[in-house]
Each structure stands twice: as structure tokens, then as C-alpha cells.
Design a protein around this ligand. Structure first.
Ligand SMILES: Nc1nc2c(ncn2[C@@H]2O[C@H](COP(=O)(O)OP(=O)(O)O)[C@@H](O)[C@H]2O)c(=O)[nH]1
Ligand SMILES: [Mg+2]
Length: 310
């Protein structure tokens, strides 16, 4: 599934980040623990250079704890990265962030040294909520509208330690089509942007592979369906989603499945593992390279066509 993102927004955010980055000692990126890769902003790794990065797997109350542990280990193995899982259910962990920031800054003992950190992340991962937890009172607006913070707000965490709020609106992974599906299933992108039936099939396939017993239990299935569409059918039958003529209303069944994933009725779910991602990265970057090559070939052919006319 392709995600639409406005190039104008992307440029603006990129420029704003480049502008503040020279003053920044530590970058904090907030991601969604259910999809740590797909909810990443691809630019951050590129432009942070050698600056330490604190990677936050947020909303960990919704994610599979076993897979969160695997992700933390994987992320920490990367250069100059510290990773922590957070949830609003346990704000005391968030309160350790200031000391973690200080630990990561070299030369912090220089007289009068001010430490600046910045919180970045795609919309809706919980940045404003986290800032409010850190600051101890409502400073940043929580909600669904992204970029509620105008300008570059700098918040004092303690003496000599400052936090910049996210500059601009950062986009999620857009090359990997599966990332689009995962962002949609988790509710990270708005509902109007996708087809429920399509993403429910994606979710059904993944659930049958990764959490078959939970699905069986929840929908009281006699056996585990082999196909994603079968699961949707079974959910429809059990929940009275029938159209005239007795056919299953797969759209209604799809909406039920997606809602029960998002509201944790199906338990804590993580939609990707480092292993899955490594495989997909190879596949989608080859696909992207093919697309670019095809575009270039077309351009060259058009060029030749023009020359021949002359
Ligand atoms: N389940 C859960 N929801 C959270 C958590 N943190 C934030 N949220 C919710 O996620 C939504 C987006 O939060 P917000 O802070 O506005 O995200 P921002 O766009 O990144 O600033 C809000 O509905 C929050 O209540 C968390 O740890 N767990
Ligand atoms: Mg916000």
C-alpha cells in the first residue's frame, strides 16, 4: 500500500531539522513499538551523523513484549544508539530520559555547557504525551493533529538541559509497501487513506502466521484457517455480518478485525521483527532500483525519439 505524503511538507521538515541540528547534542526519535521500523522517519538516520540517538519504542503497552525485547537488542547494536521501551502506563521509565541524555553527551562537564536534545518522530507516535510526562505539566497539545507546536519551542528539563519539540511534520517509511499496511492496521495513518478490506486481509495473513492460537480462541474457530480471506469469512459469520442473500459482509468483518487489533482485544501485537525487515529491505530496494531504471530507460528512449525527429 502506498502512502501519500506531500513533498512540500517533507522539504520543510528537512530544512527545519538541518537548521537546528548543529545545536543538538542528542536526538530522540519516538517510534511505535508495534512497528519500530515502519514508524521510523527514514531521514533521521541519514542526517544525524555521529550524534547519539535515543530510540524510543513508545506505546509498548500495545506491543508484544517478547518482540519488543528483540527490537531493543537489535537497535542497541547500531552505532551510537540507545533504545528504550516506554508506555504511559509506566511514566517512571520516561523520567530516566534526562539522565540518559546527559550520559550520552561527551564533554558535558565543560563549564557552562548547555545540553540540547530534540524529540522527533512521525505524527501520532506519542511525542507530545512524552514531552508532557517529562515536563510534568501540559505543555504540548496531545491529540491527533500533528505539528500543533508552532515554531521551535525549547523546553527546559532541568538546569542546563533543554528539549526541542519536533520541528515540522516527519513522514513514515514510504518505499516499503508493507510498512504502509502496518501503519494502517495499527491506526498510525488516518482511516480515510486506505481500504479496510485490503488492510484486514494483510492483518489476517500476519495474525494467522504469528498469533494463530489467539485468533482461534477469540473467534471460537474449530481449526486455524489456511487463508486470510477464510478468517475474514469466519469472523463475519460469527458476528452476524451478513448481506441480503446470506453472503458474508466482508467489509463489516474487516472493520471488526481491525478494531479488535487496535483496541488490544486480540492482545499485545507487534507487526514486524528485525528479521522480517531485513528481508523486505532487500526486496523493496531492488524493486525501487528497477523502477528508477525503467524510468531512466523511458527518458532515454524519449530523448532518442526527439533526436530522430530533428
Ligand atoms: N496506548 C498508548 N497510547 C498512547 C501512549 N502515548 C500516547 N498515546 C496516545 O497516542 C495518541 C497520540 O499522542 P500524541 O502525544 O498527540 O502524539 P504526537 O502526534 O506524536 O505528538 C494520543 O491519543 C495518546 O493518548 C502510550 O504509551 N500507550
Ligand atoms: Mg504532537
Amino acid at each position: 500500500m502506498a502512502i501519500n505524503w506531500f513533498p512540500g511538507h517533507m522539504n520543510k521538515a528537512q530544512n527545519e531539522i538541518k537548521e537546528i541540528l548543529p545545536q543538538i547534542d542528542v536526538v530522540i526519535e519516538v517510534c511505535d513499538a508495534r512497528l519500530p521500523f515502519s514508524s521510523e522517519n527514514p531521514m533521521i538516520t541519514e542526517i544525524r551523523g555521529d550524534k547519539p540517538l535515543i530510540k524510543i519504542l513508545n506505546k509498548s503497552d500495545l506491543a508484544d513484549p517478547k518482540l519488543t525485547a528483540i527490537w531493543l537488542e537489535y537497535l542497541e547494536s547500531q552505532h551510537n544508539v540507545r533504545a528504550i521501551a516506554l508506555t504511559t502506563e509506566n511514566p517512571s521509565i520516561a523520567k530516566t530520559i534526562p539522565s540518559l541524555i546527559k550520559k550520552l553527551v561527551p564533554n558535558k562537564d565543560e563549564a557552562g555547557k548547555q545540553i540540547n536534545a530534540v524529540i522527533m518522530g512521525i505524527p501520532n507516535v506519542g511525542k507530545s504525551t512524552l514531552i508532557n510526562t517529562l515536563v510534568g505539566k501540559a505543555k504540548a497539545k496531545v491529540g491527533n493533529e500533528p505539528a500543533v507546536t508552532k515554531g521551535q519551542q525549547r523546553i527546559r528539563l532541568e538546569d542546563g538541559l533543554y528539549l526541542f519539540d519536533t520541528p515540522g511534520m516527519l513522514w513514515p517509511k514510504i518505499i516499503n509497501a508493507n510498512s504502509g499496511y502496518r501503519l494502517a492496521v495499527s491506526g498510525a495513518v488516518k482511516d480515510t487513506a486506505f481500504d479496510h478490506d485490503d488492510i484486514a486481509l494483510f492483518a489476517a495473513e500476519y495474525l494467522l502466521k504469528t498469533y494463530p492460537e489467539r485468533v482461534k480462541l477469540r473467534y471460537k474457530l474449530a481449526s486455524i484457517p489456511e487463508h486470510d480471506s477464510e478468517l475474514i469469512e469466519e469472523i463475519g459469520k460469527r458476528r452476524g455480518c451478513v448481506k441480503s442473500g446470506g453472503r458474508v459482509d466482508t467489509h463489516k468483518a474487516s472493520v471488526i478485525l481491525i478494531n479488535e487489533i487496535r483496541d488490544k482485544t486480540l492482545g499485545q501485537i507487534t507487526f514486524e521483527t528485525p528479521e522480517i525487515i531485513v528481508k523486505e529491505e532487500v526486496y523493496f530496494s531492488e524493486l525501487e532500483a528497477e523502477k528508477i531504471a525503467a524510468r531512466e530507460a523511458k527518458k532515454a528512449a524519449r530523448g532518442r525519439g526527439r533526436k530522430n525527429k530533428r
